[in-house]
Design a protein around this ligand. Structure first.
Ligand code: A3P
Ligand code: 4NS
Length: 307
C-alpha cells in the first residue's frame, strides 16, 4: 500500500498521501481497509462510552468535555495524556510512521476499563458488539457547510488523509460522498435513525456553541454524573475554543508530528458557526442548497447553518 512507500520518517514532505478504498460502499483510507476485519470484530464492553461523529463535527471538543466530566472537572487529570492517547480512535490506522503504528483497536484493547472510544464510522459500519453490549453513545453532528469547510482545511494540513484537490473539487467530492468516511448526508441520517433503537445522545455543534453549559449538562446527565455548578462552570471554561487551542494535550500539536502541519491550517482553526460564508461563492451555495434539499428530504433532521 501507498503508505508503506514512505522513505524518510522525519520528513513529512516525503510522505505519500493515502488513497481511498471502499468498505461496504464507504470510502476509507487504504490502511483502514487493510485492517477492516479487526475493526469489525472489535469486542466492545458494556461500560464503554462511544463518541461518534462525522469527522470535523466537534469530536475533540466533545472528547474534552466527556473527559472533564469523568474526571470531575480535574484539569490536571485531563492533561495526563493527549486527546489521541486518552481515547482510542477505533478504526484509525497508519502503517507508518512508528509513532502512530498501533491501530485504534490495539490501543483500545490495551486500555483498562472504563474506556471512552472515538469513531467516525457511519452507523451501519459500527462493529456489532457496540449494539449488543448496549454501550452509551454520544453522537455530535455539525451543519454540512461548516463541516465541509473544516474538513477541507483539515485535509490540507493532514498528510494522513488524501489530497483534497482544489476547494471546488473538494466541494464536489463532499457532495457526492467521495471522501473519507463517506457521505455526510448518510452519516447524520443513519445515526439519527439509530437513535430510535439505541442508547444514543444526539447533539449538535451549533447548540454547543450557543449554550455550552446546557449541552455539557445534557452529557453529564447521560453519563449519570452529578456535577456541582462550580465544576460545571470550570468545564465550560476549560473546554472553550480559546482555552483548548492553547492546551497542548488537546490541540494535536503533540501527536502526528510530520503528518499534521499546523502552519498550513491549525487543528484548532476557527471554532465558529457560519465560517462557510467566507468560503462558498453565491453560485456554489445555490447549487449546494438545491442538492441538500434533495438529499435531506427523507429525514426530520434540521440543522442551523448560522446562529
Ligand atoms: N472547544 C471548541 N469549541 C468550538 N470548536 C472547537 C473546539 N475544539 C475544536 N473545535 C473545532 O472543531 C473542529 C474539529 O472537529 P474534530 O474534533 O471533529 O476534528 C474544528 O473546526 P474548524 O475547522 O471549523 O475551526 C475545530 O476548530
Ligand atoms: O490523520 N489523522 O491523524 C487523523 C485523522 C482524523 C482525526 O480525527 S478528527 O476527529 O480530527 O477528524 C484525527 C487524526
Amino acid at each position: 500500500i501507498a503508505m508503506n512507500k514512505m522513505k524518510d520518517l522525519s520528513l513529512g514532505e516525503t510522505m505519500i498521501r493515502t488513497g481511498l478504498r471502499e468498505v461496504d460502499g464507504v470510502p476509507v483510507t487504504e490502511p483502514i481497509a487493510s485492517i477492516w476485519d479487526q475493526v469489525w470484530k472489535f469486542k466492545a464492553k458494556p461500560d464503554d462510552v462511544l463518541i461518534a461523529t462525522y469527522a470535523k463535527a466537534g469530536t475533540t471538543w466533545t472528547q474534552e468535555i466527556v473527559d472533564m466530566i469523568q474526571q470531575n472537572g480535574d484539569t490536571e487529570k485531563c492533561k495526563r495524556e493527549t486527546t489521541y492517547k486518552r481515547h482510542p480512535f477505533l478504526e484509525w490506522f497508519l502503517a507508518e510512521p512508528p509513532s502512530a503504528r498501533y491501530s485504534g483497536v490495539e490501543l483500545a484493547e490495551a486500555m483498562p476499563s472504563p474506556r471512552t472510544i472515538k469513531t467516525h464510522l457511519p452507523a451501519q459500519l459500527l462493529p456489532p458488539s457496540f449494539w449488543e453490549q448496549n454501550c452509551k453513545i454520544i453522537y455530535v453532528a455539525r451543519n454540512a457547510k461548516d463541516n465541509l469547510v473544516s474538513y477541507y482545511h483539515f485535509h490540507r494540513m493532514n498528510k494522513g488523509l488524501p489530497d483534497p484537490g482544489t476547494w471546488e473539487e473538494f466541494v464536489e467530492k463532499f457532495m457526492t460522498g467521495k471522501v473519507l468516511w463517506g457521505s455526510w448526508y448518510d452519516h447524520v441520517k443513519g445515526w439519527w435513525k439509530a437513535k430510535d433503537k439505541h442508547r444514543i445522545l444526539y447533539l449538535f455543534y451549533e447548540d454547543m456553541k450557543e449554550n455550552p453549559k446546557r449541552e455539557i449538562q445534557k452529557i453529564a446527565k447521560f453519563l449519570e454524573k452529578d456535577l456541582s455548578d462550580e465544576v460545571l462552570n470550570k468545564i465550560v471554561h476549560s473546554t472553550s475554543f480559546e482555552v483548548m487551542k492553547e492546551n497542548p494535550m488537546a490541540n494535536y500539536t503533540k501527536d502526528f508530528e510530520g503528518i499534521m502541519d499546523h502552519s498550513i491550517s491549525p487543528f484548532m482553526r476557527k471554532g465558529t458557526v457560519a465560517d462557510w460564508k467566507n468560503h462558498f461563492t453565491v453560485a456554489q451555495n445555490e447549487k449546494f442548497d438545491e442538492d441538500y434539499k434533495k438529499k435531506m428530504s427523507d429525514t426530520s433532521l434540521v440543522f442551523r447553518m448560522e446562529l
